[in-house]
Ligand binder design. Structure first.
Ligand code: HEC
Ligand code: HEC
Length: 323
């Protein structure tokens, strides 16, 4: 009897302190969401002689130019409005457009900035600076690059980048595909890349891959992506996103707007049609504490109810919506 009481007291204590952190720790660490290939350092200089192109652009860049982080390739300059220097050609530092692309379409390993509200962009840059937003994966170089990228940028340049990106049209380049098996794949830089051979079971993860690795490597903003997700993820995500209730997150549209496309009068940024591995990493970061601070309190309350399978479902659902 006494033992039984002690056991139930212990249980109450465990349940009583069960916060979002305990839930995060209950699942295995989702290393699959942080793919970063271990590369062997090379002293080979990138080739500066051969002119490379991508379909649909008549501009050419050499490999050395493609790697210039201060003056990144801009394959379709006529298709976006005039961009400030910090976005496309920066004298002193890396240009935002190297990672987020000149039109803000972004890539799965960083973030789509096109169409985000100016204030939200500024608040996130400030959060990276103050360390409220970081990464808890030592393997994940992407966030470390972002923090380095903004460390010496004048606030007026951040503001002009934010104003520019917020006015660019939001286009989705990702197709969400429910499946039992995925093409064999290995870690690339921030995405998975396909390998020849027999398909493998998907498991409980999202496998996001560029459809054309060469165009991805040439930083073509029009490269498309396939995001493979477990069967049933989109409908499960839709249910979680729309039907609040006991032990369920509050409906996402209440803060992220109808269709999750954002709304100037609501606190949440647009999340429709964005890269699902990016969205998953953010949900996980709110739970693990890698995104913290007062602005994240509403999201901490949301993720307290979520398992990683739920986060996969929500990311799949949001990514499948029209931006
Ligand atoms: C070297 C690559 C790189 C450069 C250059 C870079 N970023 Fe980023 N940025 C990232 C990555 C990677 C992330 C996602 C990090 C994460 O989620 O932890 C990110 C995230 C962001 C976000 C968060 C978006 C969201 O939806 O929450 C903003 C805003 C942002 N960057 C703005 C900028 C601005 C402005 C510049 C230029 C001054 C810039 N970045 C330059 C890599 C970069
Ligand atoms: C009570 C308001 C509220 C609700 C409800 C809410 N969110 Fe959020 N969400 C926010 C706020 C505010 C932010 C920005 C947090 C910050 O500044 O770091 C955010 C940020 C996010 C981000 C990160 C976006 C980015 O660009 O990095 C994702 C992903 C997200 N929410 C998903 C969801 C999902 C999925 C749901 C429903 C299950 C949901 N949210 C419900 C308020 C909310």
């Amino acid at each position: 009897m006494a033992a039984k009481i002690i056991r139930s007291v212990a249980l109450v204590l465990v349940l009583g302190v069960s916060s979002h952190r305990t839930l995060a720790l209950a699942d295995e660490y989702p290393g699959w969401a942080f793919p970063w290939r271990q590369s062997t350092p090379t002293t080979n200089k990138p080739d500066d002689s051969k002119e490379l192109s991508v379909p649909g652009s008549d501009i050419h860049f050499t490999e050395a130019q493609l790697h210039n982080m201060s003056a990144p390739p801009d394959w379709y300059p006529q298709e976006h409005s005039a961009a400030p220097a910090i976005v496309v050609r920066s004298e002193k530092t890396w240009a935002c457009g190297y990672c987020h692309l000149p039109n803000g379409s972004g890539r799965p390993e960083n973030a789509k900035l096109a169409g985000l509200p100016v204030d939200y962009i500024l608040s996130q840059v400030a959060a990276f600076k103050s360390h409220d937003r970081h990464t808890d994966s030592s393997n994940w170089r992407a966030t470390q690059y972002m923090i380095q990228a903004i460390s010496n940028v004048a606030q007026e340049d951040i503001v002009s980048a934010a104003q520019y990106y917020s006015t660019q049209p939001v286009i989705s380049f990702v197709r969400v595909i429910e499946t039992k098996t995925v093409p064999r794949n290995s870690e690339g830089f921030g995405v998975m890349t396909p390998l020849p051979g027999k398909p493998v079971p998907i498991g409980t993860r999202i496998v996001e891959m560029p459809d054309d690795v060469e165009r991805f490597e040439r930083r073509d903003p029009k490269v498309t992506y396939s995001a493979y997700v477990p069967i049933g993820s989109i409908e499960r995500g839709r249910q979680l996103a729309t039907k609040g209730g006991a032990n369920r997150p509050a409906p996402c549209a209440g803060c992220h707007g109808a269709g999750l496309t954002g709304d100037a009068n609501l606190p949440g940024p647009p999340i429709a049609g964005r890269f699902p591995t990016y969205l998953f990493r953010q949900l996980y970061a709110f739970q693990s504490g890698a995104r913290s601070g007062d602005a994240t309190l509403p999201m901490q309350a949301i993720v307290a109810h979520l398992s990683q399978a739920d986060m996969i479902a929500l990311a799949s659902y949001a990514a499948s919506l029209k931006p």
